[in-house]
Design a protein around this ligand. Structure first.
Ligand SMILES: *[C@@H]1O[C@H](CO)[C@@H](O)[C@H](O)[C@H]1NC(C)=O
Ligand SMILES: *[C@@H]1O[C@H](CO)[C@@H](O)[C@H](O)[C@H]1NC(C)=O
Ligand SMILES: *[C@@H]1O[C@H](CO)[C@@H](O)[C@H](O)[C@H]1NC(C)=O
Length: 296
């Protein structure tokens, strides 16, 4: 009987302590769950990338919580950037964390300020779209200048845009990265005419052999990467820039009389100066010889 009683008491005790434990965990757990309730999921998680400078951004500004960014290549471990852990910013610069040819997704996790939730409750997160620097970064407008070849043809010298990436202490340009996949599309027209022509070139130096020599032409240039999809194939177009016209047109512009008159004035001035110098020299010489004679 005593034995039985003690058994029921024991089982009661077990039940009670189990209940107490359950209550304890509830109480312990509740601050965390309240905090989870206050966490807001990141919205509008999006990539923006220009000349390989790549930034992940999202919203809204956090109040009483932080964001942590995790990113990974398909099928590989998650990585973090130390600047984007428990951060109150709403963007993360991943420029130097991504392999150029990798395909990445990122997750923006919302975490409470003190990190009490981390082990038990998965923080709410929002996943980005896929991003591949090689295929998705926008390429800025290239700069270019004119020279002329020996036979007076127009030559375009295009500067490969510099990227935000470095190797061995040197900035890489887009040709370092795209190599044979980099081409340029050039659009041009005779100055004053609207008929545009386009051509695609492999090199950064382009000689135009079939243009009228004494005409001005206007050019604009964009990087062209045919291995990409859709509108990602083209970088930004440069503003149009026109080749200088031949000297002949100076006469056309100002008229022969004005230019001839100018030349005459300059010529007269030069002659006057020469005459002046000659006269001065002669006078000096004469004085010298006079001085010598008086000495003797
Ligand atoms: C998300 O983007 C939409 C439209 O671009 C904007 O109206 C909204 O405010 C953004 N939300 C956040 C949290 O940034
Ligand atoms: C943030 O925390 C502070 C201090 O704990 C509190 O006073 C404030 O109301 C909180 N703000 C929000 C939006 O929860
Ligand atoms: C880039 O896009 C092309 C065309 O969709 C695809 O064939 C190629 O694999 C992509 N490159 C990378 C590095 O993902």
């Amino acid at each position: 009987m005593v034995f039985l009683l003690s058994q029921t008491m024991e089982s009661k005790f077990v039940i009670c302590s189990a209940l107490f434990l359950a209550w304890l965990t509830l109480v312990n757990g509740s601050p965390a769950s309240v905090q989870v309730g206050e966490l807001t999921k990141a919205k509008n998680v999006s990539w923006s990338s220009y000349n390989f400078k790549t930034i992940l951004s999202w919203g809204p500004k956090p109040v009483n919580y932080t964001y942590t960014v995790e990113f990974s290549r398909a099928g590989r471990d998650k990585q973090r950037n130390p600047h984007c852990i428990r951060s109150t910013e709403t963007e993360c610069d991943l420029t130097n964390d991504l392999d150029v040819k990798g395909v990445y997704t990122a997750e923006v996790l919302s975490e409470s300020l003190h990190g009490m939730t981390s082990d038990h409750v998965e923080p709410p997160y929002t996943r980005s779209k896929q991003f591949c620097p090689y295929n998705d970064t926008l390429i800025g407008r290239p700069e270019f200048k004119f020279t002329t070849s020996e036979d007076k043809k127009i030559v375009l010298i295009i500067q490969d845009p510099i990227t935000a990436l470095h190797k061995d202490g040197r900035s890489l340009n887009i040709r370092d990265i795209f190599k044979k996949n980099l081409k340029y599309r050039i659009a041009y027209n005779k100055a004053g005419s609207t008929g545009k022509k386009t051509m695609t070139v492999d090199e950064s130096r382009v000689e135009f052999s079939r243009l009228d020599e004494d005409q001005s032409y206007c050019f604009s240039v964009a990087a062209y990467i045919p291995s990409r999809k859709g509108d990602k194939m083209f970088g930004d177009w440069s503003l149009p820039k026109c080749s200088p016209q031949e000297n002949k047109t100076l006469i056309e512009e100002y008229g022969l009389a004005v230019i001839g008159g100018g030349a005459l004035i300059i010529l007269a001035f030069v002659i006057a100066v020469i005459v002046l110098i000659v006269v001065c020299c002669k006078r000096a010489q004469r004085q010298k010889t006079l001085a010598k004679e008086t000495l003797v």
